[in-house]
Ligand binder design. Structure first.
Ligand SMILES: *[C@@H]1O[C@H](CO)[C@@H](O)[C@H](O)[C@H]1NC(C)=O
Ligand SMILES: *[C@@H]1O[C@H](CO)[C@@H](O)[C@H](O)[C@H]1NC(C)=O
Ligand SMILES: *[C@@H]1O[C@H](CO)[C@@H](O)[C@H](O)[C@H]1NC(C)=O
Ligand SMILES: *[C@@H]1O[C@H](CO)[C@@H](O)[C@H](O)[C@H]1NC(C)=O
Ligand SMILES: *[C@@H]1O[C@H](CO)[C@@H](O)[C@H](O)[C@H]1NC(C)=O
Ligand SMILES: *[C@@H]1O[C@H](CO)[C@@H](O)[C@H](O)[C@H]1NC(C)=O
Ligand SMILES: *[C@@H]1O[C@H](CO)[C@@H](O)[C@H](O)[C@H]1NC(C)=O
Ligand SMILES: *[C@@H]1O[C@H](CO)[C@@H](O)[C@H](O)[C@H]1NC(C)=O
Ligand SMILES: *[C@@H]1O[C@H](CO)[C@@H](O)[C@H](O)[C@H]1NC(C)=O
Ligand SMILES: *[C@@H]1O[C@H](CO)[C@@H](O)[C@H](O)[C@H]1NC(C)=O
Ligand SMILES: *[C@@H]1O[C@H](CO)[C@@H](O)[C@H](O)[C@H]1NC(C)=O
Ligand SMILES: *[C@@H]1O[C@H](CO)[C@@H](O)[C@H](O)[C@H]1NC(C)=O
Length: 749
């Protein structure tokens, strides 16, 4: 695939010298004025999302369009597409369509995937997709569909159908008669109230069925009897106290996942699941099962059950002593949200020595069972959101094998220095949401296997006290530290973290009230790869991003929702590995620096996706729709706005010009639109990343003579080492591609 793109590019280079523009737009194929177009792999993507369109720009579309994204416009009706169009995916969610007519989809032989969700559609012609012989996926959720008589759709290939939240109140016996290949059906959030036996009988391929929140009061005994391949069944949020469960579930021998959350259940008989021998996950949360005999209900046949969720089931102490006597196979048990007392719990859990994961969040526990030593195998324990009394934390001490411990939001103001002394296997520790104004000396000292430490919203003013760790150790596994939501006071000089934490690679400092960071902030943690600074108040200018300079390994940075008004690729010149920058939600002013960032991402980094929100990313052309928006904005100031009609007609080499005249009346622009209309000259200043150059392409790049022959030679070389390239990471390859491009554009001018 990637090689194909490279080949295409190379051919393009020779053919036209300008098929890949500075906008990230490839304008070798047709592209409507209001849209952004590019290749994704070898597929032509036409992105017209959120462009205030009221009609589909039919006559400007390329016949080779692979993905047409019209999400978030004001389109009210569809006309026929040009015949011979090869469109595979049509996304037209969040518009104002009212009908899906046969005519609009006539001749769309290649259509695989159509997203019509969140419109105002009341009618769908059952034969609308008759010409689409490869149709796999139809999304129609969030539309006010009228009552359907007869078949809903006719398609022999359709596998995924989402008609959730569509005001469907009845399903007739022919509704699914002509979509027999369906594997996944979502009918959730429709006021069905009742379903008649037989309505699903044609869906013998169905593997996933969602009927959540359908106001169902009962399920007929043989409703699912034909669904022999069903693996996942969701019936949450209904009122199913009167169903004959042994009969309803009796034929579902392949069932692996059953969700009956909040379904009005009060008891379940002993043989309920006796035929569901493959059941792995059973969710019974939010039902009033206070007296349920879990042991009897699960019986002996549910051999594969690993996860049982009984959260919020009003199981009030005393919990039956033998409740779990028979479920010794369980690995994960959720009892969160039930008001429990430590002594009862101790008794009830005694028969479960094999338990690996126990969730006791929000159980009103003031103290803890003092028998944690029975859980020899316990790997994960969640006791968050309990009003724990400080001293009881010492009862956790016997959990020597534990790997994940969540004590978040538990009213702790102090954690005894020995609490974690023997948890030498602990990998992830969560203490977030406790007012830990200070941390005891040596508290984390023995946690030598720790990989993740979460201390969010702990009222911490100082990042992390060196005293909490042993001075004589380097915590080589400690890679991730989360400190979001602490009102940190950043020192005006010197590093934020002690040397013991030098192996840290992921750091979250989101929402920490940070207004500036000194250039040495990360001096002891220079190998960071991921840094989250979202939701702070970082400003542009005055070297405010100078702390980036030492972060040579940085791959990902989140600067969203700060107070940046301008940004410059120069800031990132020392971060050659950077491949993801989130700048959404900053008050950027539209100026040529924005265009520079854009060109840098597109040409130097070789991928606009480096800028989160720059385009509506088609990360993968997969079956399910992708509604990621372009949400990187900048604003014109008043003077610029008055001048705009002048500049927008200016034609800049390398940027796709507008065909029709434009009227600009509002200041808020997406970066994509701004860059095109700005008239900013592409800056082909080669900000060569320092480190990457060192490897494969070092020799070829260092004295790149601008002659066609030389480019030829390099291309030949590139083909020669195809197999080597194929094994290289995307980043490096894209950089190579972009440099060929950059070179050709420079030559051109
Ligand atoms: C659609 O049009 C209405 C008025 O006709 C307008 O209020 C609304 O902002 C438009 N929406 C979009 C996404 O352009
Ligand atoms: C659509 O147009 C209206 C006015 O014509 C404007 O207020 C609005 O911001 C535009 N929306 C977008 C997404 O361009
Ligand atoms: C949806 O369509 C109906 C007519 O079918 C119309 O009355 C209603 O105003 C439309 N709603 C919106 C939000 O456009
Ligand atoms: C729909 O399915 C029914 C039953 O299999 C069949 O009789 C009918 O011809 C099908 N309709 C279409 C349009 O294919
Ligand atoms: C459960 O399975 C057995 C044996 O496969 C079968 O005879 C019985 O009818 C099934 N129960 C129900 C309620 O379908
Ligand atoms: C750390 O663990 C070792 C071995 O388990 C133990 O001997 C030592 O007392 C612990 N240190 C502290 C400070 O608890
Ligand atoms: C490091 O220091 C602590 C006390 O500060 C001590 O318990 C521990 O044994 C020391 N570890 C090593 C490896 O020297
Ligand atoms: C955030 O920082 C400012 C000064 O930079 C300070 O006045 C304010 O109290 C801080 N907010 C919190 C919640 O600590
Ligand atoms: C960062 O990584 C490099 C190479 O792996 C290593 O030499 C250096 O010591 C590391 N820095 C720190 C502070 O550990
Ligand atoms: C953002 O910066 C501007 C000036 O650059 C300042 O007036 C404003 O108060 C700042 N906003 C916040 C939330 O810090
Ligand atoms: C507006 O356009 C005029 C004429 O092209 C130019 O002289 C002036 O600098 C522009 N003003 C701004 C703020 O761009
Ligand atoms: C610009 O408009 C978008 C929606 O059209 C909105 O989400 C965003 O907050 C606006 N930005 C500014 C700075 O007004």
């Amino acid at each position: 695939m990637k090689m194909a793109r490279l080949t295409a590019l190379v051919l393009c280079l020779f053919a036209s010298h300008s098929c890949y523009g500075f906008n990230g737009d490839n304008f070798e194929l047709e592209c409507p004025d209001e849209c952004d177009c590019h290749y994704f792999r070898i597929n032509w993507v036409t992105d017209c999302s959120e462009s205030n369109l009221t009609v589909v720009p039919y006559d400007e579309l390329s016949l080779s369009v692979y993905v047409l994204d019209l999400n978030g416009n004001n389109i009210t009706s569809l006309q026929p597409f040009p015949s011979d169009i090869k469109m595979r995916r049509l996304q037209i969610a969040n518009n104002r369509l009212t009908r899906v007519e046969r005519d609009a989809f006539r001749g769309l032989e290649y259509l695989i995937d159509v997203d019509l969700s969140s419109n105002n559609i009341s009618y769908v012609d059952p034969e609308a997709f008759l010409d689409s012989h490869g149709l796999l996926n139809v999304e129609l959720q969030d539309n006010p569909l009228d009552v359907v008589e007869g078949p809903f759709l006719v398609s022999g290939t359709l596998q995924f159908l989402d008609i959730s939240n569509c005001h469907i109140s009845t399903i007739n016996h022919q509704f699914f008669e002509n979509v027999t290949s369906l594997t996944t059906l979502d009918l959730s959030n429709n006021p069905l109230r009742a379903l008649e036996s037989g309505v699903f009988d044609t869906l013998t391929s169905l593997e996933t069925l969602k009927l959540n929140d359908c106001k169902l009061s009962t399920v007929p005994e043989n409703l699912f009897s034909a669904l022999v391949n069903l693996k996942n069944l969701e019936l949450a949020g209904n009122y199913l106290m009167n169903s004959n469960w042994p009969e309803v579930l009796g034929t579902l021998t392949r069932l692996e996942y059953l969700n009956l959350r909040k379904s009005g259940l009060v008891s379940l008989s002993e043989d309920t699941f006796s035929n569901c021998t493959n059941l792995v996950t059973l969710i019974l949360a939010e039902n009033e099962l206070r007296d349920m005999d879990v042991a009897a209900t699960l019986g002996n046949s549910v051999n594969h059950l690993e996860l049982l969720d009984l959260s919020n089931c009003k199981i009030q102490g005393p919990i039956a002593g033998d409740a779990f006597a028979n479920s010794s196979r369980l690995k994960s048990l959720y009892l969160s949200g039930n008001p429990l007392f430590a002594p009862d719990l101790e008794e009830a859990l005694a028969p479960l020595p094999k338990l690996e994961r126990l969730f006791l969040s929000n159980c009103g526990l003031r103290n803890l069972p003092d028998s944690f030593n029975v859980f020899e195998n316990l790997l994960e324990l969640d006791i968050s959101h309990n009003p724990l009394v400080n001293v009881f934390t010492k009862l956790l001490a016997p959990l020597e094998k534990i790997e994940y411990l969540n004590m978040g939001y538990s009213n702790l103001s102090y954690v005894g220095p020995d609490t974690f002394a023997h948890m030498s296997s602990l990998k992830r520790l969560v203490l977030s949401g406790n007012d830990l104004l200070s941390l005891e000396a040596g508290l984390f000292g023995n946690l030598t296997q720790l990989t993740t430490l979460e201390l969010e919203f702990c009222g911490l003013k100082r990042p992390l006290n060196a005293n909490a760790f042993f001075k004589n150790l380097t915590y080589t596994d400690l890679r991730e530290i989360r400190l979001g939501g602490n009102p940190l006071v950043i020192p005006s000089a010197g590093p934020l973290f002690p040397k013991q934490l030098s192996q840290m690679t992921v750091l979250d400092l989101g929402n920490c009230n940070i207004t500036s960071l000194n250039p040495d902030s990360f001096k002891n943690t220079e190998n960071l790869t991921e840094l989250n600074l979202a939701g702070n108040q970082l400003k542009s200018g005055d070297g405010s991003l100078a702390f980036l300079e030492i972060l040579q390994q940085l791959e990902k940075i989140n600067l969203s929702n700060n107070n940046l008004t301008t940004i410059d690729p120069e800031f990132f010149v020392n971060n050659p590995k950077l491949h993801s920058i989130n700048l959404i939600g900053n008050p950027f002013i539209c100026d040529c620096k924005i265009a520079e960032m854009w060109d840098w991402a597109n040409m130097i980094k070789g991928d606009l996706d480096v800028l989160t929100g720059a385009k509506s990313a088609e990360k993968d052309i997969v079956v399910k729709g992708n509604k990621k928006k372009k949400n990187l904005y900048c604003r014109y100031n008043e003077a610029q706005l008055r001048n705009m009609t002048l500049t927008s007609t200016k034609s800049v080499p390398g940027r796709r010009p507008f065909v029709k005249p434009r009227e600009l009346t509002y200041a808020n622009r997406t970066w994509a639109k701004y860059v095109r209309e700005s008239g900013c000259e592409p800056v082909v200043k080669i900000l060569r990343p320092v480190a990457l150059i060192a490897d494969l392409f070092h020799k070829t790049n260092s004295d790149f003579a601008p002659s066609a022959a030389f480019i030829m030679a390099i291309i030949a070389l590139a083909f020669g080492i195809t197999t080597v390239i194929m094994t290289f990471r995307l980043l490096r390859k894209k950089q190579f591609i972009s440099e060929i491009n950059t070179e050709s554009h420079r030559k051109q001018r």
